[in-house]
Design a protein around this ligand. Structure first.
Ligand SMILES: [Zn+2]
Length: 450
């Protein structure tokens, strides 16, 4: 009979192997620019295929387009159910300026107990931990009752069209599961009572809203005869900068703040004061609370003008908009109507890149995630706070398949999450979190699948 402690010991013994796998994955450059051809996820899929095959675990690399591979491997269960899906992604965001990096972005060098490189944190550390979970279970000879599925998809950073969206559409039977774990949460914050965790159950929606503004075109040498649309761009951007979104405290998180010493009800009237108090103590948590109490609008791109001596009669302001789960397209359009009030020729176009989604928080699976986190970290949690994340992940693509999906994969609660630098220069991941993450996934598979 293999115990959880045996499995934890096997992770400690596999320390160097685990780090080497992460290094190899980081060195496999899978930069995705979002414009085809790009990604080359088959490089990382091949690293995983070889690694799994060395321990006799078959895997399947599925290509949505040439080189855009997602990899799936499974440990079949004696009974077959339930099914647990460990999700992650193989692509990484581009390195914009290698000169800003202290260590080469694809070198995967080890310094200060961390592996440095693009993708180390987002999310090849999770890919490595998930892959090693299958390998260590197999080596220990554990016969699970339910089935464990590992799937690392392509194209997460650009929306998943060539990865999880494609898998969910073309191969739903291969990823069908009862429960799933994905990136995007699980690292606790230390308090005097122990680590406090944000338990990510859902994600805000993400939209691109393009606002076209009008103007009167003319020759740039006599500007008083025309009215540049760029003045309306300036006006609109100014309005967005001072826009006061409706405050909303319907998210479950606001009923769990007693655990961090917030007394009384949190309401739209007092939420900003609460956010400010929390922010002063913990910037990361304060930021998460702020994001889940409102829709956000950020102007990110401007397009306008055709020639430097022509006054343009049209320009476009593109905004990144993040909605709460109950805020629909009609709501977004109403808010933008207010923003463009009085601006000539204003047209609003809305494109969703992610619809908001959430899984229930009160489930037996959530209880297992919590218990195994305490076991893997060796520390009793001070509390658990269910949150809706401001960013989106591939989870939104599998929740509609009926899979209870949490963005929660464990880590070292004493590590500083601000050092991870996901999407920034100097991305890195601490090795102690890599070890704890793997232990957590092992314990969770054992508990869930028996
Ligand atoms: Zn990611």
């Amino acid at each position: 009979m293999v115990t959880k402690q045996d499995l934890f010991d096997s992770v400690d013994r596999a320390h160097d192997e685990l780090v080497a796998l992460l290094q190899e994955l980081v060195r496999a450059d899978t930069t995705s620019t979002g414009v085809m051809p790009t990604g080359n996820e088959q490089r990382a899929a091949e690293v995983l295929r070889r690694k799994l095959a060395a321990d006799g675990i078959p895997s399947e690399a599925l290509e949505s387009a040439p080189t855009r591979a997602s990899i799936i491997a499974r440990l079949p269960g004696a009974r077959g159910t339930p099914r647990l899906l460990y999700m992650s992604h193989l692509d990484v965001v581009p390195v914009d300026d290698p000169a800003k990096w202290r260590h080469p972005p694809f070198g995967a060098e080890i310094h200060e107990g961390r592996v440095w490189g693009r993708g180390a944190a987002d999310c090849k550390s999770l890919v490595a931990a998930e892959c090693m979970t299958l390998i260590l279970l197999k080596r220990a000879g554990v016969q699970l009752q339910g089935e464990l599925i590992f799937c690392a998809g392509a194209d997460e950073e650009s929306g998943g069209e060539y990865g999880w969206a494609w898998l969910a559409q073309q191969h739903p039977a291969k990823i069908r599961a009862d429960y799933a774990i994905n990136e995007g949460g699980g690292i606790g914050m230390m308090t005097d009572r122990g680590p406090l965790y944000l338990f990510t159950v859902g994600e805000k929606g993400r939209l691109e809203v393009s606002v076209t503004v009008g103007g009167v075109s003319g020759h740039a040498s006599v500007p008083w005869l025309s009215h540049s649309s760029l003045y309306w761009v300036a006006e609109l951007v100014e309005r967005i900068g001072t826009y006061q979104p409706e405050l909303d405290t319907s998210a479950e998180v606001f009923r769990h703040l007693g655990q961090i010493g917030v007394e009384g009800d949190v309401t739209p009237q007092n939420v900003d004061a609460v956010v400010e108090r929390v922010m002063a103590r913990n910037r990361r948590f304060g930021t998460a609370l702020k994001a889940v109490s409102r829709m956000t609008v950020a102007p990110t791109m401007v397009q306008g003008g055709v020639k430097s001596n022509v006054i343009p009669d049209k320009a476009i302001v593109v905004c990144d908009v993040r909605t709460l789960p109950h805020q629909d397209e009609a709501y977004v359009r109403r808010e933008f109507q207010k923003l463009v009030d009085g601006i000539p020729g204003a047209e609003i176009s809305v494109r969703y890149t992610a619809v908001p989604s959430a899984s229930p928080y009160e489930t037996p699976f959530a209880e297992l995630v919590k218990r195994t986190t305490d076991e893997a970290t060796g520390m009793a949690a001070a509390g658990w706070i269910p949150v809706i994340s401001n960013g989106f992940t591939d989870s939104r693509l599998v929740r509609p398949l009926g899979i209870i999906t949490y963005n929660f994969s464990g880590g070292d609660p004493t590590a500083n999450p601000e050092l991870m630098g996901a999407h920034n220069a100097n991305e890195s991941f601490d090795i102690s979190s890599l070890i704890i993450k793997t232990k957590h996934l092992l314990a969770l598979a054992l508990e869930t699948l028996g």
